[in-house]
Design a protein around this ligand. Structure first.
Ligand code: PMP
Ligand code: GLN
Length: 379
């Protein structure tokens, strides 16, 4: 077969989680919590199944859930998405991202991404014949350089993909960043894909700058979010896409043939659970405590800590510990030290000598203590 993605390997998340299982290592690589999803939410799913919601959901998703999402966005960002026409429930953010790109990118279109970049953007763009134009987020703060973005825009640029809070660096786009983006997108008639899966995991009193908050930007943006991140159940693969009607119409043309609809009882349960805003508003404090607890535990280690302002990831610089590449270092850590992490060069093919690993701190305190013990011994 003539491969459509000849240079794409198995995702690093599958690779590292497999390696962790094989070598019986603590798994702080792939991003998922090792504590349970709320029993009250689980009970709502069981209830929905008992109530008979076991057949196809409506194609765009359960209407009650779409209404709750619309209310949530209006309360938080003061923008109204019509639940009838502007919201679709998806199988996680991954399916939303795939569908957005499939619905909009034609052969030869250029798509700007910021690197390091989450791993699914570039392959999906390539699958539809698009060309990736990357703009480097530079250490130590990983803030976007908008002049560089402006310089990279050409007559072929169709879309900019952003991700704030940012995986893997934990960087946040500021209000100023969003205004720059809005300005460039308007001047150059660009679409924006705003990956907001960590929207509720933001620290130190910072606030989430959703693309929906900026009116002109919202008019040309697809927003995606993930319930898996927010409600500690990544395995349920439940998320959504919100966009103005003219964009959502194109999204749904593809969505109906990618998956048609997604898990019905889970949607019913989420529609009820979302009514209590504490279920998502308490997440920032919860994860800030985890971050601070973990950072306190590894204070005496030889890793240099890159401040994380959001997400449940911490980047650690190991240049004082080893000269190995991050790929070799993380493999050795998994096999010999029994801790799996993510080599961040996989998000960043342009930087060869990137001595940073990503650690997921969405773990119980016991797991974090165990992990810190191992990390502190690396000299
Ligand atoms: N975007 C980013 C930045 C992510 O980190 C993830 C998953 N962790 C996703 C998208 C995909 O989310 P989901 O699991 O809901 O498909
Ligand atoms: N988004 C998760 C991470 O960054 C992984 C999701 C996946 O396994 N595809 O770790």
């Amino acid at each position: 077969i003539n491969s459509k993605l000849p240079n794409i390997e198995t995702s690093i998340f599958a690779k590292m989680s497999n390696m962790a299982a094989k070598h019986n290592a603590l798994n702080l690589s792939q991003g998922f919590p090792n504590f349970p999803s709320d029993p009250a939410l689980n009970a709502l799913v069981n209830q929905a199944m008992s109530d008979g919601f076991n057949q196809y959901a409506p194609m765009p998703g359960d209407f009650g859930l779409r209404m709750e999402i619309s209310k949530k966005i209006e309360n938080l960002h003061n923008h109204i998405y019509n639940p009838e026409t502007e919201i679709t429930i998806t199988a996680g953010a991954t399916q939303a991202i795939f569908t957005i790109i499939a619905a909009t990118i034609n052969k030869g279109d250029e798509v700007i991404i910021f690197t390091p970049a989450y791993d699914c953007y570039a392959p999906t763009v390539k699958l539809f014949g698009g060309k990736i134009v990357s703009v480097q987020l530079k250490p130590p703060f990983y803030s976007p350089d908008w002049q560089e973005v402006a310089d990279r825009i050409s007559s072929k640029t169709k879309m900019i993909i952003i991700n704030s809070p940012h995986n893997p660096t934990g960087m946040l786009f500021t209000e100023d960043d969003m205004l720059h983006l809005q300005d460039l997108a308007e001047k150059n008639n660009l679409l924006v894909l705003s990956d907001e899966v960590y929207e509720h995991i933001i620290f130190d009193g910072n606030s989430h700058q959703s693309a929906s908050k900026f009116e002109a930007l919202a008019q040309r943006s697809f927003i995606t979010a993930s319930f898996g991140k927010t409600f500690h159940n990544t395995g349920w693969k439940m998320g959504y896409c919100a966009a103005p009607e003219k964009l959502m119409r194109e999204f749904q043309k593809v969505h109906q043939f990618v998956v048609f609809c997604v898990n019905h009882p889970v949607q019913k349960a989420l529609a009820t659970y979302l009514k209590d805003e504490n279920h998502y508003l308490k997440l920032a404090d919860f994860y800030q405590q985890k971050r601070d607890f973990f950072l306190h535990l590894i204070e005496g280690s030889n890793f240099k800590i890159i401040p994380t302002k959001g997400t449940y990831f911490q980047m650690l610089d190991f240049s004082d510990i080893s000269n190995e590449s991050d790929l070799v270092f993380t493999e050795r850590l998994t096999k010999e030290c029994k801790i799996a992490t993510i080599p961040t060069s996989v998000f960043n093919k342009d930087l060869q000598d990137f001595k940073q690993i990503r650690v997921c701190f969405a773990k119980t305190d016991e797991t974090l203590v165990e992990a810190a013990k191992i990390l502190n011994e690396l000299k």
